[in-house]
Design a protein around this ligand. Structure first.
Ligand code: COA
Length: 176
């Protein structure tokens, strides 16, 4: 089992674009269980058009690689500006992925806390109710991080509604 204490969140640069696009393929394939409309293109890849924006819009887009004991364990893409908030400065988790061999060992929890500490401010976390594992994950991790202070709302979505957790990460926020 992975040791979540060795989890690090490394800022990704444009030289990590290939690494991230490969991990995105695994992530999107996982999500195709939840969103049945997701299909690969003729080349067998799902693709992720917005990835280059993470290098050209560095004020509003943040890409990180999750490493565990120095090995690749996943990634996070976050944006300033959330589809679930009117305030353009609200931070939002666009994509969040932990490789299967690292799951259920606290790596995702640790990576989320490192993210919120790295980028203090107002946050939204959106998750499809059809993604039962991720919903349980975010419900628990957000509640733990905020001591139950997050608000939890529902928005229409297809094929399932979205659950949106909203909270603030203070600069001095210290958790385990
Ligand atoms: C969701 C995901 C990020 C969780 O990462 P993880 O590293 O396995 O999560 P953790 O080990 O830190 O889990 C912390 C707690 O969340 C809950 N949890 C995590 N995954 C869960 C699951 N599949 N089912 C139920 N609860 C889950 C548990 O309470 C867990 O604590 P426990 O293992 O002590 O019971 C990972 O499964 C993943 O990448 N899934 C595919 C992509 C995805 O759905 N991303 C989220 C998009 S919104």
């Amino acid at each position: 089992m992975a040791d979540s204490n060795t989890t690090a969140l490394d800022e990704a640069t444009s030289s990590d674009a290939l690494l991230l696009s490969n991990l995105l393929e695994l992530y999107i394939h996982d999500l195709s269980d939840v969103f049945p409309g997701i299909e690969p293109g003729a080349d067998g890849r799902f693709g992720y058009d917005k990835l280059p924006l993470y290098w050209s819009e560095r004020e509003r887009r943040f890409a990180f690689i999750i490493r565990c004991a120095g090995r690749i364990a996943g990634f996070v893409l976050a944006t300033r500006g959330s589809p679930a908030a009117e305030d353009p400065d609200v931070l939002d988790i666009a994509e969040f992925f932990v490789l299967r061999r690292y799951r259920r060992s606290g790596v995702g929890r640790r990576a989320a806390v490192l993210l919120w500490q790295r980028l203090p401010g107002k946050w939204t976390v959106r998750v499809s109710e059809g993604n039962a594992g991720a919903l349980a994950f975010w419900r628990g991790v957000v509640s733990e991080f905020t001591n139950g202070a997050a608000t939890d709302t529902t928005r229409p979505g297809h094929p399932s509604p979205w659950r949106v957790f909203s909270f603030e990460s203070a600069p001095e926020h210290v958790t385990r």
